[in-house]
Ligand binder design. Structure first.
Ligand SMILES: Cc1cc2nc3c(=O)[nH]c(=O)nc-3n(C[C@H](O)[C@H](O)[C@H](O)COP(=O)(O)O)c2cc1C
Length: 345
């Protein structure tokens, strides 16, 4: 079975996000990664109850690109029968690893006792990991939160149990369940996991700029940094990291490293245009529109005139109208992206 480093040799990862980490975003982001790098790449969260009855590739959440890096679908669930069928099916479909969601705090997940609800019961969560890893031909990781209560000893015991039941690595988004995505992620808990366990630890939470990546890496010593919301606006975080840390880039990729605020905005516009094209290419028009609108709503918070982009993607419904709008703004030197902002999603 492949291990973490065989599947991942570049330390900046896209986070799994409902409505965002689909095939069109994966395709759009791909050109920012060093050409030959291996990168664990998520899907949107997939419900293990539904996967066995679905034709994978024919639901918007399971559309695949011709080329995917180390594809790691994220599953949600707690029932052995469905989880085991899902793992086998996802493996045949192309998954190189599986991630179990133990972080989702929405009411529906709590009601069904999965997502972050699993963090309330060590025994129960361990069983879910055991079902998932049993007979799995591919490695299984868990993405979790700091927990349901502020108790670091519990968190360590919980992680220990996941690893003893077969999880190969962990990703920590260090916020409590009740915080959802408000407040500040407590990176010291990522360090605590890294200091305690021998397996790879992925750190996640509140990366907004290049310096944040450097700080998270140096403060926690994590094996990889996972970025969610900021990759809806700043894909260059990947190319800049590659450049600054000696990963090979092609001449075209050097142009994807901004030298000044104007470059940042140009790259944002080009990224958005590519994203729009890929959404229309891969999804039915209504699904494409839904995804484009959501992507812009999440990412616009870094732009000083971001609301005009939100308005435009709601007003226009054709690819060409949206692209014409973006091109009409692209040379506007008063639009810039802030280094950090308060996050709304
Ligand atoms: C719109 C949205 C949907 C999300 N969906 C998921 C999900 O399905 N599974 C998951 O593990 N985390 C999900 N997350 C959480 C992110 O993976 C990540 O942990 C969180 O956004 C913190 O990282 P960031 O500050 O870099 O965005 C979601 C986040 C957002 C903004």
């Amino acid at each position: 079975m492949y291990n973490f480093t065989q599947l991942n040799d570049f330390p900046i990862l896209l986070a799994p996000m409902v409505g965002l980490s689909h095939a069109a975003l994966r395709k759009t982001l791909d050109k920012y990664y060093p050409l030959d790098s291996k990168v664990l790449t998520p899907t949107e969260m997939l419900n293990s109850r539904r996967i066995p009855g679905q034709v994978l590739g024919q639901t918007p959440q399971t559309v695949l690109n011709d080329f995917e890096r180390s594809l790691q679908p994220q599953i949600l669930g707690n029932e052995e029968k469905y989880i085991r069928l899902s793992v086998q099916k996802l493996h045949q479909w192309g998954a190189k690893a599986i991630d179990i969601n133990m972080g989702c705090p929405v009411a529906k997940a709590l009601k069904h006792n999965y997502g972050v609800a699993l963090m309330g019961d060590i025994q129960y969560a361990s069983e879910v990991v055991k079902y998932t890893t049993k007979d799995s031909p591919i490695p299984v990781s868990v993405k979790l939160r700091a927990g349901t209560q502020n108790d670091q000893d519990y968190l360590l015991k919980f992680c220990d149990a996941l690893l003893n039941n077969g999880a190969s690595w962990l990703c920590l988004h260090p916020r409590l369940a009740a915080e959802k995505r408000k407040g500040q992620a407590d990176w010291s808990q990522i360090k605590k996991l890294k200091d305690t366990f021998q397996v790879p630890i992925i750190g996640n939470g509140d990366i907004q700029c290049y310096q944040d990546i450097i700080d998270m890496k140096s403060e926690t010593n994590c094996d990889a940094v996972m970025i969610g919301r900021a990759l809806t606006a700043k894909p260059w975080l990947i190319t800049k990291y590659a450049y600054e840390n000696g990963f090979p880039l092609t001449p075209d990729q050097y142009k994807l490293i901004p030298q000044n605020p104007q470059d940042e905005f140009h790259i944002y516009c080009d990224y958005l245009i590519d994203f729009i094209k890929n959404c229309f290419l891969l999804f039915e028009a209504n699904d494409a529109l839904k995804r484009i609108r959501f992507f812009v709503r999440v990412g616009h918070v870094w732009l000083n005139f971001g609301h005009s982009f939100v308005k435009a993607v709601h007003k226009y419904s054709s690819e060409q109208e949206m692209i014409d709008f973006i091109l009409s703004k692209r040379e506007n030197t008063s639009i810039t992206l802030s280094k950090r902002t308060s996050l709304r999603y």
